[in-house]
Design a protein around this ligand. Structure first.
Ligand code: SF4
Length: 367
């Protein structure tokens, strides 16, 4: 059954694959660097969003060597808005390792690829099969859904035993495939456009006759998901610290520590409320002291923005502020600087801070 499914998916892939920038290759074979970049970008992100980022990325960093030579701030700036910034930092670090230790060529074994920052089992399988034509399996969210349904796997998808069952089927299929890259891509693409999470298009499915879940009428109950966890909500306060210098007002931004959420990006100094009853202005004075070692006089509210991360939802309230005592130092941040509302564009900033900047600009234009 694995071979028959693999053959059908390979044929279907050739007919149905959506055109995407990283799938165009004049030389016929996929460029390993392009496969790597696109697969990392596509994790947790819709392909329609990825395409624009991918094109900009390849214009600025057309080869692995150009990426390896780039400054981390350039890399983060280009990634701005895609989220999960550790992906960008790891791509950059891995490119530097490959450039210096592997003669600029991505390794061709799973073990060597897995030793690079940010490359996990899925990305390694994608590079090996799509770029190098190796019989190596892949397992992204789409492939998991298709395999769960084909073999009607009724165990919870988040269990390690289920994961290894899914990898086992994926491996058997790719080992039986005549064109491993095309088969793997067909498997993932089928999950993206036919075997959708809701309302799968079983009547248009090339492997319907093999699908146990469809035969039993339980396809929408597969995969079996873990119970939904409540996503916590956290309140943050941010300071827009102003300073007047001749000819302009400038504002202070700080660079977040490399490790941790949004590492390496620039944001308005901020901190999370420590208790539900902590006053946001008190929270803000504490956060600024801890990050910059200065006291601030907190003024009026400037903006309030909402943002959802994977593990929590944030409400960020920004206040105008001025330093009342002390000179800023990088105490709990990597760096800090004064900038203007125009020049802030040059810095990679998280989405919530971009929303605050937009609110500041709207206010400046209306006055
Ligand atoms: Fe998915 Fe339906 Fe095809 Fe089964 S028959 S693999 S449920 S689209």
């Amino acid at each position: 059954m694995h071979k028959q499914i693999a053959d059908r998916l390979t044929v279907w892939q050739a007919q149905q694959l959506r055109e995407l920038p990283w799938r165009r290759d004049p030389a016929g074979a996929r460029n390993a660097y392009a496969v790597w970049v696109s697969e990392v970008m596509a994790q947790q992100t819709r392909l329609s969003v990825v395409a624009a980022y991918f094109n900009r990325w390849m214009e600025q960093f057309p080869t692995l060597e150009t990426l390896a030579r780039a400054d981390q701030q350039e890399v983060l700036k280009l990634w701005e808005g895609l989220g999960y910034y550790s992906r960008a930092r790891n791509l950059h670090r891995a490119a530097r390792i490959v450039a210096s230790e592997c003669d600029g060529q991505l390794p061709r074994t799973r073990a060597e690829l897995l030793s690079l920052p940010g490359i996990g089992e899925y990305t390694a399988g994608a590079i090996l099969s799509l770029a190098f034509g190796q019989h190596e399996p892949v397992l992204d969210g789409n492939a998991k859904r298709v395999i769960s349904r084909l073999w009607d796997i009724d165990a919870r998808i988040d269990l390690r035993s289920t994961e290894s069952q899914l990898w086992g089927h994926s491996r058997k299929m790719v080992e039986a495939a005549s064109a491993p890259g095309a088969m793997n891509e067909g498997l993932m693409e089928l999950g993206a456009i036919v075997c959708r999470r809701r309302n799968p298009l079983c009547d248009s499915c090339p492997v319907q006759s093999f699908c146990l879940a469809h035969g039993r009428g339980v396809q929408e109950e597969r995969p079996v998901r873990a119970p939904v966890q409540q996503v916590p909500h956290v309140e943050f306060a941010a300071a827009i610290i102003w300073e007047d210098v001749p000819g302009q007002s400038r504002l202070l931004i700080s660079q977040r520590p490399e490790r941790g959420l949004l590492g390496g990006l620039w944001s308005f100094p901020n901190g999370a409320r420590e208790a539900d009853d902590e006053d946001l202005q008190v929270c803000l004075r504490r956060a600024v002291r801890e990050s910059l070692g200065v006291s601030v006089a907190v003024g009026e509210r400037a903006a309030k923005v909402e943002h959802a991360f994977t593990h929590f939802r944030m409400t960020l309230t920004a206040f105008h502020a001025r330093i009342s005592a002390g000179e800023p130092l990088a105490v709990g941040v990597t760096n800090w600087c004064w900038t203007s509302l125009d020049d802030i564009e040059k810095f990679p900033c998280p989405v919530p801070d971009r929303k605050i900047i937009a609110a500041l600009r709207d206010f400046a234009e209306s006055t």
